[in-house]
Design a protein around this ligand. Structure first.
Ligand SMILES: Cc1cc2nc3c(=O)[nH]c(=O)nc-3n(C[C@H](O)[C@H](O)[C@H](O)COP(=O)(O)OP(=O)(O)OC[C@H]3O[C@@H](n4cnc5c(N)ncnc54)[C@H](O)[C@@H]3O)c2cc1C
Ligand SMILES: NC(=O)c1ccc[n+]([C@@H]2O[C@H](COP(=O)([O-])OP(=O)(O)OC[C@H]3O[C@@H](n4cnc5c(N)ncnc54)[C@H](OP(=O)(O)O)[C@@H]3O)[C@@H](O)[C@H]2O)c1
Length: 462
């Protein structure tokens, strides 16, 4: 793969410029740093591991990446890429983890972010100081003060385990630890969950395992990856219009899926009646056709190596792989400051901490169709406007009202499961962001005065 821009950008911030700490050098942290640096902000990126790319780094020494050997993007490269940095021309529709890693490393080099990253630096604590500033303390005890902090630590590093985990007496692992199929050769394997991790892993291991079952406790629409020779997402983009109510879109999706895969029920799944997070795989349903994978409903109980399902059927397994999702983990924030409500992150438009307007989050969502990385770019540009004072955040009452409206939207459209706590509808969200941008520009004069006040000196240079 080649780098898209001619020569890397070099950033040197004059003394007295605003200083921002970015935590994490994954897709989110990199684009936050890139946009801030481009506007003359002094940035330090703290990264736990020794490479950029976060979860796209296979066997990342951060210990946080769930990447397995067969992992590919499941959103098409061209809709996933940052706004002005496409994946290299002539590459695959769905690059693999090495290509995404290279893409992110190339982005960091091209936009001059790499020299600002401090690798092998775990942020252990961030504490608010006077005048909205923050003290960032590393695990080795070093600390530094900043005008703002951007959290880009991801939300797929901390596995969520099912509560029957200890009851299973065979081999148990979470999808986060899965890498290659070979260890499961000739074993009877149950993959729990029917998200994208579950379908990737089931399709991987069924080729070598003695038997592979997948347990879906909730309905799922297994959409075909390609239609008419192009990604299904492109077909949907042409067919679905923003004015269409969800039931009509659901009918379109169900019809397209039925043409290719038939009814979900014929394979042992249940067709959803509400919106669900998109699940698709290029070969999963072929394995059903070959009887390499069978579906089971949810789990009723587990005893020894036997699993009893809610339909009363029982099977014995050597291995259970729980592809049961992740928890949001913010260990560096004092519990009282964590904007967490269960799995939900209470933030203004998924970015601003309601009580700490100089604490920002980028990438804490799951886009319901489309690319997460592209949406992080939108957030990072907004954060840059806020940090530089070009836009101002609203007051706390407005923030609370907006958060309530967003929660009402999620409750109305999605199942009430932890999996949907971070779901983000790209059309609804982009509309909200656009309206907020308009309002924020009108609020700007008051804030611009505050932001241009002289800054206290910091302990370390950048
Ligand atoms: C298996 C899988 C496949 C996916 N596929 C797609 C896809 O096809 N398309 C798509 O758009 N999205 C996909 N996603 C969603 C994913 O959110 C994004 O692709 C994106 O790469 C996540 O970037 P991030 O920077 O938010 O998080 P991460 O990539 O997790 O990066 C966070 C970084 O923060 C660092 N860090 C964490 N804690 C600390 C700390 N205390 N101190 C210092 N550094 C710290 C970590 O080491 C890491 O480098 C996928 C997710 C998973 C789990
Ligand atoms: N190739 C790719 O690009 C790729 C691969 C993997 C993941 N991803 C992305 O990464 C994110 C995480 O995906 P994920 O599949 O790991 O997690 P996920 O989307 O949260 O799915 C978790 C699955 O496990 C089920 N589940 C959760 N807790 C359970 C329990 N206690 N018992 C039984 N079932 C349980 C959920 O069912 P309910 O719906 O009933 O809660 C759901 O089917 C998603 O955004 C996904 O799109 C992408």
């Amino acid at each position: 793969m080649t780098t898209q821009a001619a020569s890397p950008v070099v950033h040197t911030a004059p003394s007295g410029t605003r200083r921002v700490a970015v935590i994490g050098a994954g897709a989110a942290g990199l684009c936050a740093a890139r946009h801030l640096l481009a506007r003359g902000v002094a940035v330090v990126v703290y990264e736990l591991g020794s490479q950029v790319g976060g979860l796209w780094v296979y066997n990342n020494d951060s210990g946080l990446s769930p990447a397995y050997a067969s992992l590919h993007l499941n959103s098409e490269a061209r809709v996933t890429a940052y706004q002005d940095f496409p994946f290299p021309e002539g590459g695959p529709l769905y690059p693999d983890h090495r290509q995404v890693h290279q893409y992110l490393a190339s982005y960091a080099d091209t936009f001059g972010v790499t020299p600002h990253i401090r690798f092998r630096s775990r942020v252990a604590d961030i504490s608010p100081q006077a005048a909205g500033r923050w003290r960032v303390t590393l695990a080795d005890g070093a600390s530094d003060d900043f005008d703002a902090v951007v959290v880009g630590t991801g939300h797929q590093g901390s596995p969520a385990h099912p509560d029957w985990r200890a009851d299973f007496q065979g081999e148990y692992l979470h999808a986060h630890s899965y890498r290659v199929p070979e260890p499961f050769r000739d074993k009877r394997v149950l993959v729990v969950g029917v998200g994208n991790s579950a379908v990737d892993i089931a399709a991987d291991i069924c080729v070598v395992a003695q038997s592979t079952f997948i347990s879906a406790r909730s309905p799922v629409l297994m959409m075909p990856r390609m239609l008419f020779g192009v990604p299904t997402s492109r077909v949907l983009a042409r067919l679905e219009k923003s004015w269409m109510p969800w039931p009509l879109r659901r009918t379109i999706r169900e019809t397209l899926t039925r043409i290719v895969h038939g009814r979900m029920e014929q394979w042992g799944f249940v067709t959803p009646k509400s919106r669900t997070h998109p699940t698709s795989h290029p070969s999963l349903m072929s394995h059903f056709v070959w009887d390499r994978i069978k579906a089971k409903p949810g789990i009723d109980s587990v005893q020894g190596k036997e699993v009893r399902f809610v339909d009363g059927s029982r099977e014995t397994f050597d291995t259970v792989i729980a592809a049961t999702g992740y928890h949001v983990d913010l260990p560096f924030l004092a519990p009282a400051l964590r904007p967490l409500d269960g799995h939900r992150l209470d933030l203004f438009l998924r970015v601003i901490h309601p009580k700490c307007p100089s604490l920002y989050f980028v990438g804490m969502f799951n886009v319901a169709g489309g690319g997460n990385i592209r949406m992080m770019d939108d957030q990072a540009q907004w954060v840059t406007e806020l940090v530089t004072g070009a836009m101002a955040p609203p007051d706390e009452a407005t923030i609370r009202a907006a958060m309530a409206a967003e929660q009402a939207f999620l409750r109305k459209h999605y199942p009430a499961a932890p999996r949907y706590a971070l779901e983000l509808d790209p059309v609804f969200y982009r509309g909200q962001l656009a309206r907020e941008h308009q309002r924020a520009r009108q609020r700007r004069p008051a804030l611009a005065t505050v932001m241009s006040a002289p800054l206290p000196s910091s302990k370390q240079g950048n």
